[in-house]
Design a protein around this ligand. Structure first.
Ligand code: NAD
Ligand code: ZN
Ligand code: ZN
Length: 388
């Protein structure tokens, strides 16, 4: 089959690779119909995650048709159309029973690596390096889905791929980012980053009762989209974000601040290698640091929610401000499985528009070009969907 393969920092290629096969009784094989490129994939492309290996297949946002099933999967049948959460979860461990699916205790065969880096291990993730299991991703013609009885979410045939694909990651991620803000009626929420995650966080914050959302980025087309979704916008290249946010909130600061940027703003990757944990690799950055700004901007007693992905150490986090002003920090890889059914219903009711962020459909063969467009924001790119 064809697959989008990592060949080193900033080197991708669509290669012919062996088809996946059933390895465990709870596996399924899917024929992919749609698969997207995520901001998290850019961290891999940029070489911020040191546990990628040449030959790894990328992609953790995908959906498709079940073509093969392991003997223990009884709730699916061949031909079912399903979306798959990016976090791999067994459904039965303590974390899964508490619905903390991205912390599944059974799905990361390389837990030892994660424990060295982070003290404990989170769940396995599709196409996200050997640190999170080394699973082949879904930017391919076929993919193996472990724990398919828990991981495959059936979708109605009258909904298009574009409507439901983002249930795999970024819609639940934007939703959980807003949910972590415990929004009360009348609240003002500020969101750093108007990429796909930030744009879904804007929609989610309004649905959850925010009165105002202030969105921050520097790309005009992304700010325009944020405005279309009813956010007030700030271009951080044109204004001082901290001062502007004070002015817009009567000097008080937003009730909640969401960092939907992650490592990009810091130019800070993960520790150089999993056996040299003490040495943080720092890259140059000429951008303001979103997380620091979010912490400094937040009102006393407010919440900073961090869906943005971080890998290793980050410098100069203003923890004195967090402590002395009673801020709450909430973060995590999204517990996607929790949110799929309720968010599917919100899409059906028209409360959330999932298709508006898609700017490009490309054949799988053009995946490397799609990464270029998305990374460099060329051609007003906001979200790329690949069609194998
Ligand atoms: P993206 O790269 O398309 O969007 C990031 C946006 O942030 C860009 O538009 C960029 O211009 C903007 N930005 C950069 N520096 C900024 C700054 N200082 N202030 C304001 N804006 C700034 O990525 P995306 O797909 O929207 O993903 C966003 C983040 O969410 C990434 O870190 C990604 O890894 C993460 N993510 C997390 C989860 C999760 O489970 N927690 C899931 C999916 C994605
Ligand atoms: Zn993602
Ligand atoms: Zn589990």
């Amino acid at each position: 089959m064809k697959a989008n393969v990592w060949h080193g920092k900033n080197k991708l290629q669509v290669d012919n690779v062996p088809d996946p096969t059933i390895l465990n009784p709870r596996d399924a094989i899917l024929k992919i119909t749609s698969t997207a490129i995520c901001g998290s994939d850019l961290h891999l492309l940029d070489g911020y995650v040191p546990t990628m290996e040449k030959g790894d297949i990328l992609g953790h946002e995908f959906m498709g048709e079940v073509v093969e099933l392991g003997s223990a999967v009884t709730n699916l049948k061949i031909g079912d159309r399903v979306v798959v959460p990016f976090t791999i979860s067994c459904g039965h461990c303590l974390s899964c029973e508490e619905k903390l699916y991205s912390l599944c205790e059974n799905s990361n065969p390389n837990a030892w690596m994660a424990e060295k880096m982070w003290g404990h291990s989170p769940a396995g993730i599709f196409g996200y390096s050997h640190l999170t299991g080394g699973y082949a991703g879904g930017q391919a013609e076929y993919v193996r889905v472990p724990y398919a009885d828990v991981g495959c979410f059936k979708v109605p045939n009258d909904m298009s791929d574009d409507q439901v694909l983002f249930l795999s990651d970024i819609l639940p991620t934007g939703w959980m980012a807003a949910e972590n803000c415990s929004i009360e009626p009348g609240d003002v929420v500020a969101i750093w980053g108007c990429g796909p995650v930030g744009l879904f966080a804007i929609q989610s914050a309004f649905v959850q009762g925010a009165e105002r959302v202030i969105a921050i980025d520097r790309f005009p087309e992304r700010l325009r989209m944020a405005k279309k979704l009813r956010a007030e916008t700030l271009n951080y290249e044109e204004v001082s974000v901290l001062e502007a946010l004070k002015q817009l909130t009567g000097g008080r600061g937003p009730d909640a601040c969401i960092d939907a940027v992650g490592m990009e703003a810091h130019g800070v990757g993960m520790v150089g290698a999993y056996d040299t944990i003490k040495q943080a690799v720092r890259m140059e950055s000429d951008r303001p640091i979103a997380l620091r700004e979010a912490m400094m901007a937040c009102r006393n007693g407010g919440t900073v929610s961090v869906p943005g992905v971080y890998g290793g150490l980050i410098d100069k986090v203003p923890f004195g401000s967090v402590m002395n002003r009673s801020l709450t920090i909430k973060t995590g890889q999204t517990h996607v499985q929790r949110y799929m059914q309720p968010l599917l219903e919100r899409i059906q009711k028209g409360e959330i528009d999932t298709t508006c962020i898609i700017t490009h459909h490309l054949p799988l063969d053009e995946a490397p070009h799609g990464y270029d467009l998305f990374k460099n924001k060329q051609d007003e790119c906001i979200k790329v969907v690949l069609k194998p």
